[in-house]
Design a protein around this ligand. Sequence first.
Ligand code: ZN
Length: 666
Amino acid sequence: MIMAVAKYDEDAQMLESLSDVGTDSDRDGEVAHSTSKDEEVLHDHDEAERLLMKRKSDTGMEEKSKSWPHTKRSQKDKQRNGRSKRKSSTNEGASHLVYEMEEGFKDTSSNSSADSLVLTGTQWQKTSASHRPYLRFVLMFTIVSIFFALLAYGAYRASHSSQSISARQFSNGTHVFDATTILISLDGFRADFLQRELTPSLSAFVESGVSPSYMLPSFPSVTFPNHYTLVTGLYPESHGIVGNQFWDPEVEQEFFYTNTSSSMHAKWWSKAEPLWVTAEKQGVKTAIHMWPGSEAHVLGVEPTYLDKFNEHEKLPKKVDRILQLLDMEREQRPQLIAAYVPDVDRDGHAFGPNSTEIRATIAEADNMLTLLVEGLYNRNLTEIVNVIVVSDHGMATMSVNRMVQLDDIVDMSLIDHIDGWPLRGLRLKNAEQDVPIMYEQLLDAANQAGTFDVYTLNTMPERYHFANNPRIAPLWIVPKTGWLVIEKQGFDIAATLEAGEEFHPRGLHGFDHEHPLMRAIFIARGPAFPHTPNSRLPVFQNIEVYNIVCDSLGIQPHSNNGTIRLPMKPEGLHSDLGISPKPPNDDPADIHEDPVSSENNFPEPGKESSNTSLPEAPSSDQPESSAKGNWWTYLHDQLEKAKDWAEEFIDSIRNNKDPSNGTSTS
Ligand SMILES: [Zn+2]
């Protein structure tokens, strides 16, 4: 346990020392060069998980996730191990809750969509279950990559046809399109989820588009502040949504994000101008699908199309909705479509970011993008519509062994309101008198424990940009990543430890926004991003996204904290750093054994394909030559296979963890 603490502290100190020096651009450089250290942090995190599990049970679990994320073992081996351990653990009782959560046992307390899945039998069990998903991934990744490579080549060629992107009109052969951008937010999609061999579509977006290694969220790394930063270009202290939950002393009311009757009042949001207001004011129609804050009537300007939040909506329905909007006649059609996807965050909270369940959800979110690309492709829009995929923050695994009881370190009776989660903003009844006293008490406790930091508005790190707003409480406890400082009323640590229970949610975010576990993603492709495929941007913070989207649409951004404008300036290719989303292909013999491979006698595309010269891609000006007609069929078939892979993979996880399916399948 103590070893795990030390690891966390070391990591956080590294990050702070990085950020305390030099200018922003210096810092970016250092962050970019700290890749190997970052990998250690992620690895250490996993290591910490393992140590905790060993404490719970010392039987045969040493192997668990030893090599993630830099596995030399094949996926097949991991699955084999996971399966045999799962079998043994069924006899070991409830004391292995932590282990079970990590390995994918059903969490009966959750109401995740995983539970609603219809279980369709044992296709997974009949086949050589131990290695098929890995092989399928390799195959699907290759197929989808080829598909995107063809598209990328088309984009690259198209980029030579000059003209300012935003002013351009495009034709898909039957309809005229103005500059159009789809912005998709995958809530809680941590940057390293891209390296888990689960995301053929997103990996192909990286291969064919432009992206930084990761995007920094803003502080605090929680959903509402960051979604509003994404669409305003402002730090939370500037746009005013300073937390998912906060007290506003001026109106003497609490903002609580899930209490929509109050939180969707314009007064909370109208200190900033979101994308849809900027666009609508300039005559550009918008469609906003469930984006946090979009129902708040901000500044009295509504999106042309607004879909209210519906947590039960299935992901394919979101794709249907986006395509339906694109199918509108030009006069009605929105040029900005912003869509919100809550699933990865929801299951990250419910099961933890290292759980088996989250693997299915990541694959499901990726499959949604396969469906979207297929829809764009069928409409001949892949080089007409910009697609930008972002996330708002990452996720850290929580444990009852990494907690501090707030009641043990301060006099709770002095506190009037506690803002924020998992960071804690303290508003005291007698602030003038008690804030300095409590600050000293907390500083002492923080120095002793080493598991959280304490700040007043005067000592708050400048890089947080989190002081300059009356909605920000005068005294803050910021736990180290993976830690929690919590009042007894919310969670009694000692009682829980004694009962041998775990803490829920299993995953949380909201920590230091520069910690590797909080990192988000940004990936863009389309005519506004005419870069060499696989271009790597310098790391940037999500305050830049607003300008980027405005530029892609040719509208004038409202003043904001962002500084990046299109065209973006890559610093190289991802492949230059040896960073590739490709799965490790260290067991090629298995691929030849796989019967699915032999089905894949790819039809000859327009000309001979090889690794170095790409075949000519379909382009919007010549959609119907006979050779390309073959491609359409071919590529459509490949997308169908990618979907089949995802569905089978998701089923395999959810079937295996369902108790009604009996014991393991190895
Ligand atoms: Zn979120």
